[in-house]
Design a protein. Sequence first.
Length: 372
Amino acid sequence: MYVSSYRKLLAVFLVCAGLIQSVSFHSVFAAEPTKQAEPTKQAEPSKQAEPTRQAESSKQAKQKVATVKQITTPKIRVVDATIEAVQQATVSAMIQGRITEISVDVDDYVSKGTVILRIRDKEQRAALDAAKARFEEAYSEHTRVKEVYRKGLVAKSALDKAQARYKAAKANLEQANESFAHTQVRAPYSGIVVKRHVEVGETANVGQKLMTGLSLEKLRAIVELPQSLIHDVRKHKQTWVWVGKNLDKRIKAESLTVSPFADPDSHTFLVRINLPAGEHHVYPGMHTKVAFLTGEKQSMVIPRASIVKRSEVTGVYVLKDEQLSFRYIRCGSLLGNDQKEILSGLSVGETVLLDPNQAVMAIKSQEKTKKD
């Protein structure tokens, strides 16, 4: 009886153990595919996302790009120059006398013909009055003798003497008028007084300096050119001058004059460059720069919009093999309104981005893709 019960319990135990082992076996093998599938599903999108991001980055970079070109540009030589007035002069005394009045001072603007200084004119006025009297007398006598001669009452010699006295009196009157006019010193042209050489009460001698002035209506730049450039400058005769409050504007010169001989000490030629009429915010004595056309050259150029300034560094974003990178460059002069000359840092045919902000975003996306 006890043996039979024991066998029944053992059979039940073995059946239960087999069921448990079967369930565990299926559970393990059912779970293993799930664990392997998870990394597979996560890895596949990552592999597919990498070319997608690169394609998007490349697509964005190609939206606004430009190619480094080589073009023929003017060969320019820039030199230092000085601004001066075309009309500048020092007025001197034409007669001797004491200065009685000075009407203007330094920095005053005067119009052409304005009296700027007076010299004592008592002696000149008396001489003028005497000359007028002699002239009136000679004129009356000449008229009377001429009338009598017509009637045949005087000889031809009498008419000749009267005519000679009349001409002499007329010449003396003109000389007296001229001498009297020299007592009033007038401005030869409209301009600004820059220096006064005398004071009221001083005695001015003939040839003594009185006032110095200049006109701002016509200006020019003067420069000493080396003899190595003079032939090219004479050949092309094209010049530009930097003007403006900060010398940030370049205008074409109206004309230029080259000295026909060189300075024997410095071996340089004096060149005068006339500025066009107008307000250019430059004044006599100021330093400026002048550019001379001396020929042609081959230059690399890129659009001005593609150039980036980062503090003291100048560079561009270059696209090469669908990869973006920042490259330092050295710039030359501005050609036209939107082309910049490149002296170093790039090669002809390379591709640069026109939008720096777009380039920064593309580089960040590119770096993020590499990390993934």
